[in-house]
Design a protein around this ligand. Structure first.
Ligand SMILES: Cc1cc2nc3c(=O)[nH]c(=O)nc-3n(C[C@H](O)[C@H](O)[C@H](O)COP(=O)(O)OP(=O)(O)OC[C@H]3O[C@@H](n4cnc5c(N)ncnc54)[C@H](O)[C@@H]3O)c2cc1C
Ligand code: FES
Ligand code: FES
Length: 1331
């Protein structure tokens, strides 16, 4: 080390500008550096752990050895700033801006309606931009790969994909429904192309011109070419960073600091530091040691430098498989398959091969394949070099290998395969892409000459133990034997005995994991048999070839009505107008709460939460926290000057717990400090002691047993259920359990409370759906009148019901800190905290008894619903009511009884979530209808049709309505989806395939719009016309991606007869429009639209005399004239919505203004051996009256459907037996990603529908379609039923929601799942609770 100079200056470029840092802190990640230091807030924080892609940037580096520049996408949240010496970083701001020019990627995602709340959009832009920098004409596969690690909770991805698709070569991209479009196959193409209105016009798009991109800074090239190697050292508050310049120096460093980690991609060490609080005083960064990046080819195989990224490894292997004969590249191909599915592209671009091996994840995707493939690592230390085989001895235990702490992996040897050798890899993960595997495996077999006997075999698994495990005994049972049924069937039995997981194994899914082990061996068997057949070793009938599930996303259809011929060209109502902020969202200029600049002396607040589910707080010691650098104060309940609780329905919820806690995650106190990092460290230093209280209640069953409910419970009854059961042909009883759902809005809960400095006045900038609720809560907490608190909401990065009650509580706590310190205080929850604290959708347990006739008529149903409400009432009572009000869904059951209760448990309180109980309610009912069909052995669509409302109808609560449009949706959906023919095709497919099955379903929804609490059906607006003719509209709705501001702009444009460009909407604030109602219940446009209309009409009428005088003058001159004539150019508007009510005593009322209808048909393909499935096609027909904005409404439909798909098939919250939420980030909780989009995703808005109850005859649409995601669930259930019939199982069966791969696979009851003994309930403590 002495021979080289030490440097401590970090030089990098950001968006073409040189940045020099003399005091880079090793703990600083690029994301916070960009956002806080450079004020480049376009790059967003979504999770901090590489799992969401919101922070994606492009990193470019010059490689002096090859004299090339590489560009790759990376997650800024995991990129240590110190790692970026010599790199050029491009953020969304560097790609394009409204001040200069927007980039075609930004334009196309925005104009294709791919940005709703916009929080994910900069990340999407950056992933796509990086792809285009490397490949200006990508394929669809390139695009889906590039976007696989970018989550979006709003759009459902379809519009993003369609926008990006426009960069594909024409040959890859069909004409999206136009003439000769592949989608029109079999459909009439007589209609001329221009007759079909399109959501966007491709011809408007700027061309992609690669010459316009930022050039790589020549200074960095010079630096890389000429700089003499220098050790780089950076020292921070708690951590030092050393980047050696040579291998020799690296070895010396590691010898003297064996405990210091080698940080390459930081994708393992980074999350450990962030989420597990691991502190490394010294970090060694070997990224400049060239030997770690060398690739050498030999006749036996290839040595790959341990520092090579997984993307580099993938490209190398892809190149090699083209250069060498197939038989030599068996192992390479197996590795390629794993690498394509490992993490996201952003992760693979930085994660190193050596890092992956040495992280020794129990479910590493590479280690089992490398081990099965007889690879070895070449390691170096001060003791010299040695080769170490990657075999069963290598993986010692959790996180441990046989390597010594000072040994460094220099390279990995990957051998060519030999003639007669077959290698395969399989993995099954909770989501198809960007998810750690549940079980992953590498398998290799080598046959003796003539393929008679197995000479050698290697089988390794990940996910079946604390580290990669070898199935050594199974291998022994196979080796020296012929590859035949006898050998294999013995092998399955040995494997089952060999790889035993205890029933309470960490990670759960024990039966599934064990059955996957068998299924993978079976799949390997099929593949080997296939190979042997191809080589004519076997001459029998070839076994079934299990093709991978289809994955190519095709262009989709969006059908909507053109505006009427007479409509003025300038009138935007009814046209697919782009979200009004989409461009600023795509350029990163759109401002979210945490993007607001820091104010002078601003503090950050971090909350401290309970670690016990039910306990007395015996002491709270904040002394250590107060000693820490930067910590200013700790806020407890004692500091609250006003109301210490929020109250609802007679129950109190404490803002900060004082003496007792009732769930893990309940807030107890909050630490305020000068920076985020200091506040978090302060929070971690608060010491709380507890005394556990007896009998915490977690599950619905426990709550029922202990009668732990929030009262009142509700009942709704129609007809005489008891009597009706006596007259029916058959009775069936069933149970349906449905898990909860995390909102996973991309922007976590965020707020900034700024004391104005006089008369206890506060400005509250908050990401909430209900500014008035936050205002009231802050005022009550501080014991000041509401007129001192102004809440401002510019936009919200997604909400879905989760930013109402909990946001008000958080804003109250933050306001106490601001009041006490008299300084601005910001609170932005980390993703994990947000998931832990704020609750989500209520899990539900539905029990039903149904009586029906043999002809399919359901005559009686008795349903009992229990929701898991958690520790506070929140809105649970209203949710329970809505559950009952929707239990009839589309069906006229003559006798129906529903009872519903909210269970009080020791889990974080659940709250509103898009659909507000309806998605749970109807799920139970549809499952019941499904069971009836299965009992009767009749197609379920027929049973649905038989029982559907017809003609003038009455709901169980005696509300009269016409179901005509629902039936039209049903019929149209059957036609559009070609239901009959495709059902027959599904049946044919199922007869021909044993291990893959298809399933279909068609499901209706009838959804009530508006608030049953009548007072919430009101809205107000304030419209100003300024002297230059520009118009400022303010209304009570908040913009959370649903496009309400865009629609309000359209309304104002129509009413004032001016183009939308003259109209601006700045924010929602309580000092412009007071006493607002929440943006929810799909009622925002209905209510606020009428208020804006009312205000605009007032203003338009005031201008009438001026217009009369000068009808030909432009708008601006009328406005000026009006000002000079002293006419007020400001008006309020008000809408008094319908007087709705529900009388629960009488069980009657009119709780809704009208119904929105929809029907969805889905088809899935299921791999019965793994439970993996793909939605092949989705067709949705929706009646939303006359759409105010078809692009916004279709966006709501697609987004809600995908959120429903997540709810019913993917998203699983897991709680520990002590009530701790395990799933606290995107790594553990999987929301749908690009890989989950239906391959064909068609949406049709019902034509010729009018709605007299809402603005311009439209209908509310935000929530209803979420339930239709269940059609994927029922299609899976249909496919599972086909699989079960192969095992001789017929009739109803239980499949809980979500129908994850685990549940679907186990329900298929294959011979492999049937081999797994189920753990005896009660004999062990399961890893997770079934809440
Ligand atoms: C969101 C996300 C998704 C992921 N998905 C998957 C997945 O699906 N499948 C999967 O297999 N993995 C997955 N991973 C894990 C990822 O592949 C590994 O974290 C990564 O390969 C580690 O490499 P790194 O360079 O980032 O390691 P670092 O974090 O930099 O280092 C990890 C460890 O390896 C040691 N190390 C690094 N290089 C060497 C060396 N040359 N010699 C000795 N020790 C060394 C370090 O000391 C350290 O202890 C995922 C990770 C994330 C964050
Ligand atoms: S914030 Fe970086 S990936 Fe989520
Ligand atoms: S638009 Fe993608 S998360 Fe909101």
């Amino acid at each position: 080390m002495s021979a080289v100079k030490e440097g401590n200056t970090l030089s990098l470029f950001v968006n073409g500008k040189k940045i020099t840092e003399n005091h880079a802190d090793p703990e600083t990640m690029l994301l916070s550096f960009l956002r806080e230091k450079l004020r480049l807030t376009g790059t967003k924080y979504g999770c901090g752990g590489g799992g969401c892609g919101a922070c994606t940037v492009m990193v470019s580096r010059y490689q002096p050895a090859t004299k090339t520049i590489t560009h790759y996408s990376a997650n800024a949240c995991l990129l240590p700033l110190c790692q970026l010496h010599g790199a050029a970083v491009t953020t969304v701001e560097g790609v394009g801006s409204t001040k200069t020019r927007i980039h075609p990627v930004q334009e196309r995602i925005a104009k294709a309606h791919g940005s709703q709340c916009g929080f994910c959009t900069p990340g999407m832009v950056m992933s796509m931009y990086t792809l285009l920098r490397n490949k200006p004409q990508p394929t669809m596969e390139d695009i889906t790969q590039a976007l696989a690690g970018n989550l979006c909770r709003c759009t459902g991805y379809r519009p993003i994909i369609d926008g990006c698709r426009t960069f594909c070569q024409e040959a890859d991209c069909c004409k999206a429904n136009g003439a000769n479009c592949c989608l029109n196959e079999g459909e009439s193409t007589d209609e001329p192309q221009h007759e079909t209105p399109q959501l966007f016009d491709k011809s408007e798009f700027l061309p992609l011109d690669p010459t316009q991109e930022l050039i790589f800074p020549p200074e960095l090239i010079l630096m890389a070419e000429t700089a003499s190697p220098q050790t780089l050292t950076f020292r921070g508050e708690r951590m030092s960073w050393v980047s050696p310049a040579s291998l020799e120096e690296l070895v010396q460093l590691k010898t003297s600091n064996p405990k210091a980690p080698l940080v390459m991609g930081n994708t393992n060490i980074g999350p450990d530091i962030k989420f597990k609080g691991v502190l490394h005083p010294l970090i060694i960064s070997p990224t400049r040691v060239t030997e770690l990046f060398e690739v050498t080819q030999t006749p036996q195989g290839v040595f790959v430098g341990a520092g090579c990224s997984l993307s580099e490894l993938l490209s190398l292997l892809e190149k090699l498989v083209h250069q060498f004969p197939e038989e030599k590249t068996e192992l390479f191909r197996a590795l390629i398959q794993q690498l394509r599915n490992l993490g996201s592209q952003q992760i693979r671009n930085v994660a190193s091969l050596g890092g992956n091996i040495m992280s020794v994840y129990p479910n590493s995707d590479l280690n089992p394949v490398l081990a099965a493939g007889n690879c070895k690592v070449i390691v170096i230390s001060s003791g010299g070099r040695r080769d170490v085989p990657l075999n069963q001895d290598f993986f010692v235990s959790f996180g441990k290998t046989i390597l010594k702490p000072d040994e460094i992996v220099v390279s990995v040897f990957i051998p060519f395969s030999r003639k007669g050798e077959f290698v395969r890899a399989f993995r099954q993960a909770p989501r198809k892409e960007s998810a750690f595997a549940t079980v992953t495996t590498g398998m290799r077999v080598f046959f003796s000459e003539g393929f008679r006997l197995v000479e050698d075999v290697g089988i390794y698994y990940g996910g079946l133990g604390p580290t990669t495990v070898s199935a050594a005994k199974t291998c022994t049972a196979i080796v020296t034997r012929p590859w035949d049924d006898e050998t294999l069937s013995r092998a399955y039995d040995v494997l089952l005995d060999e790889l035993v997981l205890p029933p309470s194994a960490p990670g759960g899914k024990v039966e599934f994991r064990r059955s996957l082990a068998l299924s993978f061996l079976f799949k390997f068997n099929l593949e080997v048999l296939q190979k042997l057949t191809e080589l004519n070793v076997i001459t029998d009938e070839p076994p079934e070839k299990i093709h991978p599930l289809p994955r190519e996303i095709q262009p989709s259809l969006q059908e909507f009505q053109r505006v009427s011929e007479g409509q003025n060209d300038q009138d935007p109502v009814g046209r697919p107008i782009m979200h009004r902020s989409a461009i600023s969202q795509a350029t990163g200029e759109a401002v979210y709460c945490d993007d607001l600049p820091r104010t002078d002396g601003e503090l950050f607040l971090a909350v401290v939460t309970s670690s016990r589910a039910h306990a007395k707080i015996t002491s709270l010691d904040v002394s250590e926290a107060l000693q820490l650098p930067g910590v200013v104060d700790v806020i407890t309940a004692k500091d609250i000057p006003g109301q210490k609780v929020r109250s609802a329905f007679g129950y109190d919820e404490e803002l900060l717990a004082q003496t007792e806690v009732s769930c893990i995650g309940q807030m107890i106190c909050a630490v305020v400090a000068d920076t985020r990092a200091h506040a978090k460290r302060g929070a971690a230093a608060v010491k709380i002691s507890y005394e556990d209280l007896p009998g915490p209640v977690f599950t619905i069953e426990e709550a029922i047993e202990k009668s732990s409910f929030f009262e009142p419970q509700r009942t709704l009854e129609k007809g005489n259920v008891t009597e009706a059961f006596k007259t029916v042909d058959q009775v069936y009883e069933g149970v349906m359990r449905m898990g909860g759902q995390e909102h996973f809005y991309m922007e976590t809960q965020s707020m900034l409370v700024v004391p104005v400095g006089e008369e206890t006045e506060f400005n509250v900038y908050v990401s909430t759906q209900w500014p008035t609720a936050a205002q009231e809560a802050v005022a009550e907490t501080l014991d000041i009148p509401s007129n001192r608190v102004t809440c401002h909401v510019k936009r919200i990065g997604g909400a879905f019901g989760g930013k109402v009650t909990k946001t008000a509580i958080l804003a109250s706590i933050t306001s106490v800190a601001a009041w006490k310190t008299n300084r601005a205080v910001r609170c932005v929850l980390e993703r994990g905290e947000d998931m832990l604290i704020t609750g989500g959708r209520h899990p539900i347990l539905g029990k039903y008894k149904v009586g029906f006739m043999n002809d399919g008529r359901i005559m009686a149903a008795d349903i009992q619903y229990h929701t898991n409400a958690g520790n506070a009432i929140d809105e649970s009572l209203l949710i329970v009511e809505k559950v009952l009000l929707h239990m009839d869904n589309a069906y006229n059951f003559p006798n129906l009884r529903g009872r519903a209760a909210a269970c009080r448990t020791n889990l974080p309180s659940n709250t509103a979530f898009r659909g507000f109980g309806v998605p749970q309610s109807i799920m139970v009912v549809e499952n019941m209808v499904n069971d009836v069909a299965m009992v009767l052995e009749r197609p379920v669509d027929q049973i649905r049709e038989i029982n559907m409302y017809k003609g003038p109808s009455v709901t169980p609560y005696k509300f009269e309505f016409s179901p005509e449009n629902m039936r039209r949706c049903w019929e149209e959906c059957k036609v559009k989806s070609d239901y009959g023919a495709r059902r027959r095709a599904v049946e044919r497919f199922n007869q021909q395939n044993r291990w893959k099955k298809k399933g279909m379903s068609i499901i209706p929804i009838k959804y009530g719009i508006a608030f049953a609490e009548s007072f919430l059906n009101q809205a107000a607006a304030l419209v100003h016309i300024y002297k230059d003719g520009s118009v400022l509209v303010t209304h009570g709705g908040t913009e959370m991606g649903q496009g309400i501001h865009t629609k309000m702009q359209q309304v104002a444009s129509r009413e004032l007869r001016i183009p939308p460009s003259k109209i601006y909407i700045s924010e929602t604030s309580t000092n412009t429009v007071p006493n607002t109602c929440p943006s929810g219940a799909s009622f925002g446009t209905d209510a606020n639209g009428m208020a804006v209309k009312n205000a605009c009409q007032t203003l338009y009428q005031r201008l009438e005399p001026i217009r009369q005088k000068n009808p030909k003058e432009p708008w601006e001159s009328w406005v000026r004239a009006a000002f000079f004539e002293k006419i007020s150019l400001s008006a309020t508007g008000f809408h008094r919505g319908p007087d709705l009510y529900m009388d629960w005593e009488k069980m009657e009322g009119q709780p809704y203004a009208y119904f929105t209808y929809g029907v969805c048909c889905c088809e899935v393909e299921l791999d019965c051996l793994t439970g993996d499935y793909r939605t092949v096609r989705t067709d949705i027909v929706v009646d939303i009256g006359r759409s105010v904005n078809p692009s916004v409404d279709i966006g709501q439909i697609e987004g809600a459907f995908m959120q429903g798909l997540g709810l019913y098939t993917l998203e699983e919250l897991k709680f520990s037996p002590s009530g701790l939420l395990y799933t606290r980030g995107p790594s553990q909780y999987k929301i749908p990603a690009v890989c989950d989009v239906p391959l064909r995703f068609n949406v049709y808005l019902l034509s010729d529908s009018n709605n007299p109850h809402a603005i311009y005859s439209s209908k509310g649409i935000g929530e209803p379609i979420l339930f239709l995601g269940s059609s994927v669930f029922f299609a899976i259930k249909d496919a599972v039923a086909a699989a079960r019939s192969e095992s001789g199982l017929v009739g109803p069966f239980s499949l809980d929601s979500p129908a994850t791969a685990e549940r679907a696979c186990l329900a298929c009851a294959s011979p492999f799942t049937q081999k797994i003994p189920a753990g005896k309930p009660g004999s062990f403590k399961p890893w997770a609770l079934n809440i």
